[in-house]
Design a protein around this ligand. Structure first.
Ligand code: XMP
Ligand code: MG
Length: 183
């Protein structure tokens, strides 16, 4: 697909590549201070968080471990159902570790709420969340997210790891997907 065809499917750029880069640097400075003297395990939630993880981990000027989990929350089309299934579990034992979950987006909060309960039962020393994007007005459960990149309106967004039917993940900005694409 060429650039002009992609542009026809997006209505608006919400967050630019430059804004993302600056925000991840800012969050990295906070995480460096907050986790000083502690081992840090970043857990990325596949696949949406791949870009955030790659850029955030490299923004960090400190050592860390990295692991990944893949979950799917079943539901119709563009909505999360809260029924979560593990598709790929962690490779590491997180008991006693300081875990920072790295997410692309918090929408209803149902996926993360489930993930936080799941991680708590594995005995991590601490669990915090970093999410690039959050839709506050879509929240069905409140998530205590310590590191938030950008609050955005309730619209379906793609780019920078976020997909619609596995497409658009490689767009460099975060943009609103035109409703005609999915409705
Ligand atoms: P919940 O509602 O459980 O959603 O907080 C979490 C997961 O749903 C996906 N999601 C989106 N994916 N554009 C996307 O490409 C969006 O606007 C969007 N909203 C939610 C995403 O995988 C997230 O982790
Ligand atoms: Mg996701």
């Amino acid at each position: 697909m060429r650039a002009a065809e992609i542009a026809d499917q997006l209505t608006e750029v919400l967050v630019t590549e430059e804004e993302i880069r600056a925000k991840l640097e800012e969050l990295a400075r906070r995480v460096e201070v907050d986790y000083e003297g502690k081992d840090l395990l970043l857990v990325g939630v596949l696949k949406g968080a791949v870009m955030v993880m790659a850029d955030f981990a490299r923004a960090l000027k400190r050592d860390m471990e990295m692991d990944w989990m893949a979950v799917s929350s079943y539901g119709a089309g563009t909505k999360s159902s809260g029924v979560v299934q593990i598709r790929k579990d962690l490779d590491t034992d997180i008991s006693g570790k300081h875990v920072l979950i790295v997410e692309d987006i918090i929408d209803s909060g149902l996926t993360l709420s489930w993930l936080l309960d799941n991680f708590a039962s594995r005995g991590a020393a601490s669990i915090e969340v970093l999410a690039l994007l959050r839709k506050p007005e879509a929240a069905k459960v409140e998530i205590d997210c310590r590191y938030v990149g950008f609050d955005i309106p309730v619209e379906f967004v793609v780019g920078y790891g976020l997909d619609f039917a596995e497409r658009y993940r490689n767009l460099r900005d975060v943009a609103v997907l035109a409703p005609h694409v999915y409705s």
